[in-house]
Ligand binder design. Structure first.
Ligand SMILES: Nc1ncnc2c1ncn2[C@@H]1O[C@H](COP(=O)(O)OP(=O)(O)OP(=O)(O)O)[C@@H](O)[C@H]1O
Length: 626
């Protein structure tokens, strides 16, 4: 991708020193997302959280009053009704303490599912807005995507939980601190002060964890790559042939080992920090209890007071620990949520004018005017001052050696990238002035690395006309007509379920007839059918449309395509020079430059690179003439 067309929003902060700060705006966006995903769940979750917070405090006071009534009974007073009330209250609190966490756990899970769905949809809508290809070749962007996917779903519900944990923690801590204050203000202060360093230390640790996750992102992606390689059917042949399984397994293990050592380092740091903090709170609570026992012996505290004190110390400490845990979890998710916000909030990666020109129906042709292009400033030039025209209604063929720049030209023509210098003009309009989606609506194309979708045969073709919709637009008759044009109708009709046959062995289930595997040439014909499905396209681009076909099939396909192309503008790329010799103009590329152009006969007369390549191929077919 060129430096001029890269959206800096997505890549700029991707360096190692990625910003690790949870902003209030990110917090608001995460809460907003959770609210949009399920406002009733958020409300119910909030009410339950407050109830849960009040239960332990109420139970502590009920216990204290029950113990005090019992102590008074020992000294002669009745108090039966108070005892019954305290007992009943304790029973209700017990039931609430057992059931409420289950209900709130369900609500949390449901909220997480809802926010997960909404966040995933928005994230991929953001990815869809990327009109070019460069982002998908940028490792930093891929790392950001993977973190965005995890955090987009998890962060909003974690932030809701964290926020509610703060509220719950406040209610519980204030309730217990109030109780402690009544008994010993000094102890209340000590317990509170001990919690503050814990919060600061945990927040620091969560920042370190988020930055560690960023560092190990590339290792996790590489590990995933090796894992998929080791189980992919495409790779299985070569891995077995070369006995390369062990080689890739050891690379996979090395990535896991490196990521684990980063994780271990942080776990150890957490262990020492949290161990130290645990010791501090143990000393405070132990000291507090010893003081209380002496005070009870001296008659300054009752048995109920001791029970309340012990429960309050433990209650404050565990509420604070829970609060700190939830807040740090939410904090960490929020740090990663930044990646989600960046991807979903990014503008287009290719500059699109505020008022794009609607591509006019092609009437004159497409002109490459002094086009220079390299994939990034670090790459060498792939195209160096390319100029030629594809006149309306004619077939132009691009020929040249491997790496000459033919496919790159096609990618620029579909505006997957913009030229660094020069311009491509569609009837005189610069492609940069058009909306990429509208431009692509005018082009039917088969790429060299076409896709094989694990879907039915009909769906594989119908994808050729789904632009911007969530359902295919083509009727069964149109799909069949496209299949006929691509010469694949008979092969599809012979499948166990015709056009409804699944073209995969991955998802077919127990029915052996439901999934089949096509041959390479048949897949290529399906890709062709996809390209010719869309009606009213101005330009047909075929990058190596017959590389997987046998000679007879190639001949037949070219005849059919010639009929289909009649009167249409087309750009063909092929290494089989016999297949493109009929083109109106042949453009010969070499090392990113146009070195010859003209008809087959003209280029043969010219006796240059084309003639050399053509003669070499011809000799291969007729060795006797060599
Ligand atoms: N995504 C990419 N990132 C970086 N460099 C690339 C990329 N794609 C192609 N190139 C480079 O651009 C140059 C032209 O490649 P291109 O694929 O256009 O050649 P081609 O003429 O289509 O070759 P072939 O006949 O082998 O298909 C090559 O040097 C190639 O290494």
């Amino acid at each position: 991708m060129t430096s001029e067309t890269t959206n800096p929003e997505i890549t700029a902060p991707m360096a190692a020193d990625v910003r690790m700060k949870a902003s209030p705006a990110a917090l608001a966006r995460a809460l907003g997302l959770a609210w949009q995903a399920g406002r009733w769940h958020v409300l119910a979750y909030a009410i339950l959280a407050l109830l849960e917070a009040a239960v332990p405090v109420a139970a502590a006071w009920l216990t204290k009053s029950a113990l005090d009534v019992i102590a008074h009974r020992a000294s002669g007073s009745s108090g039966s009704s108070a005892l019954v009330a305290a007992g009943a209250g304790l029973a209700v609190a017990g039931v609430a303490a057992i059931t409420l966490p289950h209900v709130s756990s369900y609500l949390r899970q449901e909220l997480q599912r809802r926010t997960g769905r909404l966040a995933q949809d928005r994230l991929f809508a953001g990815v869809e807005r990327l009109a070019g290809l460069a982002k998908f070749e940028d490792p930093a962007f891929l790392d950001r995507m993977s973190l965005a996917h995890t955090s987009g779903g998890a962060a909003p519900s974690a932030v809701v939980s964290g926020t509610l944990a703060v509220c719950r923690g406040f209610v519980t801590v204030l309730g217990f601190l109030g109780s402690l204050l009544v008994l010993s203000p000094l102890l209340a202060g000590a317990v509170l002060v001990a919690a503050l360093p814990a919060l600061a230390a945990e927040l620091r640790l969560s920042r370190q964890r988020a930055s560690m996750m960023w560092r190990i992102g590339p290792m996790e992606r590489r590990e995933l790559f090796y894992r998929q390689l080791l189980t992919s059917v495409r790779a299985a042949k070569e891995l077995r042939l070369f006995g390369a399984g062990r080689y890739f397994r050891s690379r996979m293990n090395a990535e896991r080992l490196a990521a684990d050592s980063e994780r271990r380092r942080l776990d150890r740091r957490e262990l020492s920090v949290e161990g130290g903090l645990g010791l501090l709170s143990g000393v405070i609570s132990g000291g507090g209890l010893i003081w209380a026992l002496f005070a009870a012996v001296e008659g300054r505290l009752t048995a109920g007071d001791i029970a309340l004190l012990a429960t309050s110390i433990v209650g404050v400490q565990s509420a604070l620990a829970g609060l700190v845990g939830e807040v740090t979890m939410a904090h960490q998710q929020l740090l990663n949520f930044d990646h989600y916000l960046t991807v979903t909030g990014a503008g287009p990666d290719l500059p699109v004018p505020a008022r794009p020109v609607v591509p006019p129906t092609l009437r004159y042709g497409i002109e490459f005017r002094d086009v220079w292009f390299r994939y990034s400033p670090e790459h060498p030039w792939s195209l160096r001052g390319v100029s030629f025209t594809i006149p309306y209604g004619s077939a132009v063929a691009l020929v040249g050696r491997n790496g000459a720049g033919k496919s790159t030209l096609v990618k620029l023509l579909c505006r997957f990238y913009d030229p660094d210098r020069g311009a491509i003009l569609w009837d005189g309009v610069d492609l940069r002035d058009l909306d990429p989606a509208e431009l692509r609506d005018r082009i039917g194309a088969v790429f060299q690395d076409y896709m094989e979708y694990d879907l039915t045969a009909a769906e594989n073709i119908a994808i050729g006309d789904v632009a911007g919709r969530d359902k295919p637009a083509a009727s069964a008759a149109r799909i069949e007509a496209a299949a006929r044009k691509a010469g694949v109708h008979d092969a599809i009709s012979a499948l166990p379920r015709g056009y409804d046959t699944l073209l995969t062995r991955m998802f077919f289930g127990p029915d052996p007839e439901a999934g089949v595997v096509l041959s390479g040439g048949q897949w290529q014909r399906l890709a062709l059918a996809r390209a010719v499905l869309g009606e009213g396209r101005d330009l047909l681009v075929l990058d190596e449309p017959s590389s997987g076909l046998d000679a007879e099939a190639e001949h037949e396909i070219h005849n059919r395509l010639r009929e289909h192309r009649a009167g249409r503008t087309s750009l063909l790329i092929s290494h089989r020079l016999g297949a493109v010799r009929e083109a109106d103009v042949l453009v010969v590329l070499d090392d990113g430059q146009v070195v010859e152009q003209g008809s087959h006969d003209e280029l043969i007369t010219l006796d240059g690179l084309y003639r050399k390549l053509f003669d070499l191929q011809a000799q291969g077919y007729h060795p006797a003439d060599a």
